[in-house]
Design a protein around this ligand. Sequence first.
Ligand code: MLT
Length: 202
Amino acid sequence: MQHIFKVGTDLNKPVLLLLHGTGGDENDLLPLANIVDPTASILSVRGNILENGMPRFFRRLAEGVFDIEDLIFRTNELNQFLDDAANKYEFDRNNIVAIGYSNGANIAASLLFHYADALKGAILHHPMVPRRGMQLPNLDGKNVFIAAGVNDPICPQQESVDLKELLEGAGALVEVQWENHGHQLTMSEVQAAKAWYENKFN
Ligand code: MLT
């Protein structure tokens, strides 16, 4: 997968896996990672799907309606890419924290839904439930931060409420920050994510 890897100044920190929103690319979330933890290594990935020229991490049939077969395939592809990247760049495969926005948050949530050991934790900005009616793996002790909009027209509030419940049902520790700016990724939620991250991973 097309990506950027930047080695950090503190190799004990988690590797921040950056996953952009629809139409973005691997450059989009670099400034955000720099705010959350300027000392961490960064692995920023571009989604392999193109929807009318816009990169995404998996196909959808309509807005908010996911192609589940493709979601499963792409989640596995990303998980394997993480294995390969950890070998190539010699970082600890068990020390990856994802930061995803929108479609990128959804593939990060899908990693958690399908693989017990894909991620150590995740910051999900404006996510949805990636897949319903499935048994989640044991996520005991995984830390997840969700930032969502009470008035987000693309990723409705209830999606984050349900996502929190499903992750907690699998044993994850989930915190939610509510915002009031639609689908926008706001500086206040990034600052809240940073405070959460510092508390969990420093
Ligand atoms: C998705 O397709 O993953 C969600 O609807 C959010 C988005 O538009 O990226």
